[in-house]
Design a protein around this ligand. Sequence first.
Ligand code: PLP
Length: 463
Amino acid sequence: MRYVSTRGEAGSLAFDDVVLSGLARDGGLYVPEVWPQIPAEEIRSWAALDYPALAVNVMAPFMSGSCIGRERLFELVSRAYAGFRHRAVTPLSQLAVNDWLLELYHGPTLAFKDLALQCLGRLFDDILASRGERVTIVGATSGDTGSAAIEAVRDRENVRIFMLHPKGRVSEVQRRQMTSVMSQNVHNIAIEGNFDDCQALVKTLFNDLEFRDQVNLSAVNSINWARVMAQVVYYFHAALSLGGPDRPVAFSVPTGNFGDVFAGYVAARMGLPVDSLVVATNINDILARTLNTGAHTLGGVTPTISPSMDIQVSSNFERLLFDLYDRDGGAISKLMTELKDRKGFVLDQGILHRAAQIFRAERVDEDETRATMASVWRESGRLIDPHTAVGLAAARRRMVPGVPMVTLSTAHPAKFPDAVKEATGEYPQLPSALAGLLTRPERYDTLANDADALKSYILERGN
Ligand SMILES: *Cc1c(COP(=O)(O)O)cnc(C)c1O
């Protein structure tokens, strides 16, 4: 499988190179040259597989030509998910008729990002070892990516990681999950700015080709194709548990960077019958506005109780645009220039119509998010985190009679204890593996929102 850039000017790459390079050199994102097609009878034959075996079947078509063969992939994936606290890895639980939660928070850092990153860390390791190379990972996190990435690469020999988070804008649990890791190869940086500033800094470093080569820069945020790929698996897993491929299933996905919901789109493109994908945003609703009106205009970022979705620049949306524009890299390049220069662009009705064939979009405000947490607690004695609540509120507006609706439960409630307690009166307990987190020592530095300062910081810390 070869990969092409969404901006059409970077030349195609093989899987292993795409994993290591993250962002394409023309500023675009890599996507597979074609979507692998899985016939319904083959999907049906996967129904009895456990999670690692299913993951190999879903991911292998994207990895042809990789130094990691099928058997080795099975070993890596098995190890990646062995540490999850639930044996089904991503269990479903039922709230009402056709109303399901897909629990994606049983990994080491209690959020769905572990599903992809526990895999990616191991893919990295293998590919680097086979080449005798080392990389510097620089990432930006709105909260959950950071700890998941750090857990995935801590103490690995060929990788060092610099993780940027917006100072004071991630929850205490989120921050401590990153800053209490004392591994030598882990560097945490609080940036004086918001998440979009952090993300822009990362992009600036990637666009500095000299610096990029100097430190062998790499990315693990959701622009990395392998993350999207690993997330496709649980869409298959959930659908197969609910009667797929012989029965279409709908998904509601709390969305920020559009990576998770894009993985659902990939599953559909591969042949999984998906009735619809609900793009659920909080009040930072650029994606809901875009899909409902066509206007992709940047506003400010307003902090909410679902901070991992406090995003306006939604990187992975570019991957969808590439498909919607019939894979015309020039057209995407133009849109992205407009976004940069004029803070927005407008999609025409034809494009919106194509998106609407599968996507629905809903904005959920803070009151409704709290009310949803409260009603789930009242009705089923179950605590859900604020991101899940955004997804569930959106799901309930978009239920289709007779179609199972699966809301992706993206974080454990204990990751956002204050918001959960305020909405429900109940304080969620951390799983025992994380007890003690709130008293462990922390280590991080604070930097201004300045790319040059960041470059010096990284260079000063060797290679
Ligand atoms: C990252 C995150 C999201 C958003 O996922 P994207 O792939 O960025 O759309 C939603 N919920 C939680 C808990 C997250 O950590």
